[in-house]
Design a protein around this ligand. Structure first.
Ligand SMILES: Nc1nc2c(ncn2[C@@H]2O[C@H](COP(=O)(O)OP(=O)(O)OP(=O)(O)O)[C@@H](O)[C@H]2O)c(=O)[nH]1
Ligand SMILES: [Mg+2]
Length: 463
């Protein structure tokens, strides 16, 4: 995909009222456009790169000033996109920023698509695809550690690892190709045993290490944590208690919650995407049914389930069904309402332990808050394992990278096996090239237009 050469513009700050708003322009006509609509306070200004200028933004139709602004320009190639960039810092209000944008579109700028500024940085080779993706991660990061992961990736930590791996693949490939061209010298240059060892040590092991680090994406994305249980078990009460606010409606009426209520929280530094759900039971009400279906779907996608059971009454048919659905998942069992007289039978208690032999069981009261701190501790332990530290790996692949690593691993394993089994060197070389291509997809070296579209569509406007 070659870079476009038109000039693009977008509002780069969030919609709404605020102290400052920024409209951004990038492309060959950016400076000329700015010159036509900006009246600097000091005359004789020639826009120097990386300087701020005070003045008025003028509506060329009416000649009226629109706002007092600060204007900066970053001249190519020393800018975010490697093109000429102008940024207009104005006051912030939706109408005002839209007006500035309209004036620029009248001057011939095109409205930028989401992520298009970063796409240009990628297409102009200032950053690779992993660095572009890290920009989104930095904006969305759910924890301090997530920020660290994203900022390392922006600095190129992951890119360098993949480039290193690609270089080693090329080196081994070169040996294999010499062995194809000069088979009689094979033993000197690429003995089967040395070749297989090199593939294992230089390619397979580091790829596997990177794949293992994928689990650390939780720092960036948050852990999808679903609070599930029968109606009235106290799911919404628990959500509110964990958030320390009345986020969800709590009533004694069974079937109060119908939709998924989602909130981000940090538990012991671990980011959770907490979801309160509709209580599970057999119903005929269409709205509640739809809510229950959504609950089931969220449970199947969850990284962690907080399964709530009501200790003040015996388990019933609905409880058993939920236990059945959650028993193979990563779960923490929450026995709620310990402030009330107990109603669970001894048989119920042993059924719970039998269904979740390895899960933590925490007794608490969502009403009084007793036991909540223990729950937080157990959640953190369930996710991290006891005593493990929270320092992230140098590079943390996302799902897209992980899939490409899977492909690379398969190819390298096949290359190793073929080398050991005396297969023709041409086959080994072919497998190595497949692995090389798979690694190239991560950095964007060998990415298709669809991949780029999928990556950049996650961006917000103006980035
Ligand atoms: N005594 C006592 N009551 C609780 C506790 N937790 C929740 N309740 C009460 O149980 C009732 C139901 O609580 P909710 O939090 O709405 O329960 P839910 O699981 O979200 O219910 P649905 O949304 O209908 O599925 C309310 O009257 C709560 O005040 C608790 O720990 N102790
Ligand atoms: Mg509820």
């Amino acid at each position: 995909m070659p870079p476009d050469h038109d000039t693009i513009a977008a509002i780069a700050t969030p919609v709404g009222q605020g102290g400052i708003g920024i409209v951004r322009i990038s492309g060959p006509a950016a400076l000329a456009m700015a010159g036509k609509i900006f009246s600097p306070r000091d005359s004789g200004v020639r826009f120097e790169s990386h300087r701020l200028y005070l003045g008025h933004l003028i509506d060329p139709h009416s000649g009226n000033p629109v706002d007092e602004v600060l204007l900066s320009c970053m001249r190519a190639p020393h800018s975010y996109t490697c093109e000429d960039i102008v940024e207009i810092n104005s006051h912030s209000g939706y109408r005002l920023l839209s007006k500035i944008l309209e004036i620029l579109l009248d001057q011939g700028a095109r409205l930028a698509r989401p992520g298009e500024f970063t796409l240009r940085a990628f297409l102009n080779n200032r950053i690779d695809l992993t660095q572009a993706e890290a920009v989104v991660d930095l904006i969305n990061a759910k924890s301090e550690t997530g920020l660290l992961v994203a900022s390392r990736q922006i600095s190129g930590a992951f890119k360098r690892q993949i480039e290193g791996l690609r270089q080693r693949t090329i080196d081994i490939l070169a040996h294999a190709e010499v062995a194809i061209d000069f088979p009689e010298e094979e033993s000197d240059r690429f003995s089967r045993q040395r070749g297989a060892e090199a593939i294992l040590q230089d390619l397979i092991t580091p790829v596997q290490e990177l794949m293992a680090a994928h689990a650390e994406r939780i720092w960036v994305d948050g852990i999808r944590t679903v609070i599930a249980g029968r109606v009235n078990a106290g799911k919404s009460s628990l959500l509110n208690r964990l958030l320390n606010e009345d986020r969800a409606i709590v009533t004694p009426v069974p079937g109060t919650t119908r939709d998924i209520i989602e909130s981000d929280i940090n538990v012991g530094g671990i980011p959770l995407k907490l979801m309160d759900t509709a209580g599970l039971r057999d119903v005929s009400d269409e709205v509640e049914k739809a809510g229950i279906q959504l609950t089931r779907q969220k449970m199947s996608e969850a990284d962690l389930i907080l399964l709530i059971l009501d200790r003040s009454r015996p388990l019933d048919h609905d409880d058993f069904q939920i236990i059945q659905q959650a028993r193979d998942k990563n779960a923490v069992v929450v026995i709620n309402k310990i402030d009330l007289p107990p109603g669970l039978s001894a048989q119920d208690t042993s059924r719970i332990s039998a269904a979740f032999p390895n899960a933590c069981v925490v007794e608490l009261s969502a009403l009084t808050g007793e036991g909540i701190d223990v729950l937080k501790k157990k959640v953190a332990e369930t996710i991290m394992g006891e005593g493990s530290d929270q320092s992230p790996s140098e590079a943390v692949p996302n799902l897209r990278h992980r899939r490409a690593l899977d492909d690379a691993l398969l190819a390298f394993q096949a290359a190793k096996q073929n080398t050991e089994q005396d297969a023709p060197m041409e086959i080994v070389a072919l497998e190595l090239k497949t692995g090389l291509d798979a690694l190239g997809k991560i950095t964007g070296e060998t990415s298709t237009e669809q991949v780029l579209e999928a990556v950049f569509s996650q961006f917000c406007l103006g980035k």
